[in-house]
Design a protein around this ligand. Sequence first.
Ligand SMILES: [Zn+2]
Ligand SMILES: [Zn+2]
Length: 384
Amino acid sequence: MSKYSTVLSSSKEIIEKYDLCNFCLGRLFSKQLRLSSNKLLGKKLKNGHSSNNPCHICKNLFDNLDYFSKLMLDSSLDYGFDTFSIGTIVKPSIIDRDDALKSEFKLRGIDGIKSDIAKELGKLFSKKTKKIINYIDPDVIFTVNLKEHSCNLYSKPLVISGRYTKSKRGYSQKQKSCDNCSGKGCRTCNFHGITEFDSIEGIISKLIFKKFGGTTTKFTWIGGEDKSSLVLGSGRPFVVKLQNPVKRKKRLFDFLSDSISVSNMKIIDDYPKTPLKFSSLISIKIATDSKFESKHLKKLKTLKNIPIIISEKSGRSYEKKIFDLSYRKNSDHLIVLKIKAEGGLPIKRFVTGTNVEPNVSVTIGTNCIAKEFDFLKIFVNDNN
Ligand SMILES: [Zn+2]
Ligand SMILES: [Zn+2]
């Protein structure tokens, strides 16, 4: 017997006992016949056999797909996207009947009804909207609930990189979270997780929300600075992930104010998998407890290119290096130290000597504090 006649006799056995729609009947055999349209195969297998009863498995759910593709359309009206995928939720009883029938007739390796509904819905939606089905990396994912007649849309986060500079003191790098939700996002904060926009994080977030919509932003900073620090040169790089973006294809422009600039913004493929290596050129204004002798200052040169060990309260310790160093004595109590250091060196502790060895205070023999430190330049992937 040919494959098709085996299928034909087996399908006959099934439809004599159960009423099935074309989609459900076709689905049981399309794989072994390597056919793509369940509907056409179902129709062919029925060979004129018809019934007024609803489909035993799906209760004619497939007749109603237009309605659900309309729900998809409604839920995605505001969104800009090219590709999509679909997940479905159906009544468990449908899946139970599907499984029971497959096992009764010993049918194996058959697509489940849920994925078949998703497939048919996808075809419909794609035809209506010209959007492309993509199950690997879609811009948006619909979850169509056929049980409760609802549709949910998940929009893939957008990842944006850029740089900022700060030419006036007084801006924190990070924004305080919304008091009401601690940053998760709630009605009070418009689901942004922040309610104020007066830090670097806030200013960049605001720019991004305005362009792309979306809910919360999550930043990866390439190093950090104090509220009182300046960030000069071409600025500090950052990467930010925007959850639930509404638009995803806007052109990004530089932002300039008299104190903050945000530039080089671009959409990138993904969040960096490993922390970026960077180094910084930093100018540190150091105040000393007592007058110091100039000859002790020379010892600062010994801090170059040796491991600076930083110990944390947790017991963990790590080391950083200073690649270059110069200094200037401004007065008997004030030194300006300029270093090019590996990213992540805690500047204030390096000066006072709090669990950092060696450090500035011990090296010049008097207690020192960093009154101010500014970033003159930040180098990414360049530790020379
Ligand atoms: Zn059916
Ligand atoms: Zn909130």
